[in-house]
Design a binder for this molecule. Structure first.
Ligand code: ZN
Ligand code: ZN
Length: 239
């Protein structure tokens, strides 16, 4: 977050939400980030594909896409559909420099993981934000998500220790020149590159899974670098 550019009004808002226990959306005084009535405006992604979390009309084990061509990750979790309040919070956070608006969604994602007893991998990575967006936005939303999510999960698993796996974006024309021959095979069609060699399952964090092609390319880069499998956690999935 680029603190010098935050307005006093915004700092005030964050302060009130964080320390005075106000709902992030309506300001109602209560415990937690979202009051119960604002929570009802988040559309839960309960009926979805077991593999890619794509919303389906009826509860299905696997969607048609995953049956035809399974993605490079083994499972994706996205508790909300990307619409309504969820979409508004993410859009404002990313494009109006208000990352604190991701807090209610991150806390809901942490609750979802804990309630479902999902295994928590020890190796964590996140979809890297493109440099142009990083300059414009001043922060990387997936890195912010990863730090906050870890804080939430540590409330219940105080001994949780993780290691970060970096995913780099590589420009198409830069790729061939900067990498040694043996490293070139790790490049994917979307030019993501993992310098480390992960020996265990890796968690990949993203804010919204839209078509799934970005998380798939990142997951592919991770598996090509040695990760035995990749799980994706996101806030939302586009219907
Ligand atoms: Zn509220
Ligand atoms: Zn699917």
């Amino acid at each position: 977050m680029n603190h010098p550019y935050l307005s006093t009004t915004l700092i005030n808002k964050v302060y009130k939400r964080l320390f005075l226990n106000q709902c992030y959306v309506c300001g109602f005084k209560q415990e937690g980030c979202l009051c119960s009535s604002c929570t009802t405006f988040l559309k839960r992604n309960d009926h979805c594909c077991d593999r890619c979390a794509s919303p389906t009309l009826s509860p299905l084990a696997l969607c048609g896409e995953c049956q035809k061509e399974p993605p490079s990750f083994s499972k994706a979790i996205a508790p909300f559909e990307y619409e309504g309040l969820c979409r508004a919070l993410i859009t404002k956070a990313k494009f109006e420099n208000q990352p604190h608006l991701l807090r209610p969604l991150i806390s809901q994602l942490a609750d979802h993981i804990l309630q479902q007893n999902q295994p928590i991998p020890k190796l964590w990575s996140h979809v890297p934000t493109a440099t142009s967006s990083l300059i414009e936005r001043g922060f990387c939303q997936t890195e912010f998500m990863s730090q906050l999510l870890l804080k939430h999960l540590r409330c219940y698993h105080p001994d949780l220790k993780i290691e970060l796996i970096t995913i780099e974006r590589i420009k198409a024309n830069q790729a061939q020149h900067t990498l040694a021959k043996r490293e070139r095979h790790k490049l994917t069609h979307k030019h993501f590159y993992v310098p480390q060699t992960p020996s265990e399952s890796v968690l990949l964090i993203d804010d919204v899974i839209t078509t799934g092609s970005t998380v798939n390319a990142c997951a592919k880069a991770l598996t090509l670098s040695g990760a035995p499998n990749v799980t994706v956690w996101a806030l939302a999935r586009t219907p």
